[in-house]
Design a binder for this molecule. Sequence first.
Ligand code: ADP
Ligand code: ADP
Length: 229
Amino acid sequence: VPGVRLENVVKRYGKIIAVNNVSLVIKDGEFFTILGPSGCGKSTTLRLIAGLEFPDEGKIYIGDKDVTMTHPKDRDVAMVFQNYALYPHMTVFENIAFPLEVRRKELGLTREDINKMVVEIARFLSIDHLLDRRPSQLSGGQQQRVALARALVRKPKVWLLDEPLSNLDAKLRLLMRAELKKLQKTLGITTVYVTHDQVEAMTMSDRIAVMEGGRVRQVGTPDELYYRP
Ligand code: ADP
Ligand code: ADP
């Protein structure tokens, strides 16, 4: 069973067709990138998978479950945004714990379970010494790690990342590329990654979908899509 499947998905905003008849099969455990210029429909595609938007036509599956019209909290996905979207009034600990807190009863977790899970993922991302700070007291790279930790703490089936490295400086971006990729491989989590950066797509992805004007133009491995002398 694929990790994520889109079948003839269409999303319109008035006269604009943001996503135009897109079909994709994203394999379980793969690092899949949607690559294309600004405005081509990458973010909308990701938000449709997240359930932050609903398609006008087509079907979306996560695993073997039809999630086309289901609420984000009923999809086993976690999303990381370009601007991190951390809660400024909460500590790092509280930020990371939040996705667990809101589902605490449903997941049957005790406070102690939550403590353990937060500390474990924070250690994994080398931010366990920052748990008492607030986001404003962190560097950009540290904030990004907190956002990654918050998205991973509940061990979602699918990880959705929208240009997560674009606000970092060039040096940190290179470092985080490698870290993110390692994290993804270690966890074996199905990942859909959105970027307009061809080098980023080539170095990180198992497969890439190239989008243009709301459509998928090509899908393939970096080697299939780009000639590298
Ligand atoms: P990308 O992520 O590739 O930059 P988007 O998915 O954000 O592209 O946008 C695709 C197209 O849909 C663009 O023309 C954009 O202006 C339009 N669009 C996206 N979101 C909205 C919205 N909420 N309302 C109206 N138009 C939108
Ligand atoms: P990105 O290119 O990274 O997706 P954008 O700046 O295009 O970022 O979009 C940021 C937000 O603005 C998104 O939530 C998107 O839905 C919304 N948006 C994008 N284009 C439009 C538009 N033409 N009209 C209204 N909202 C839009």
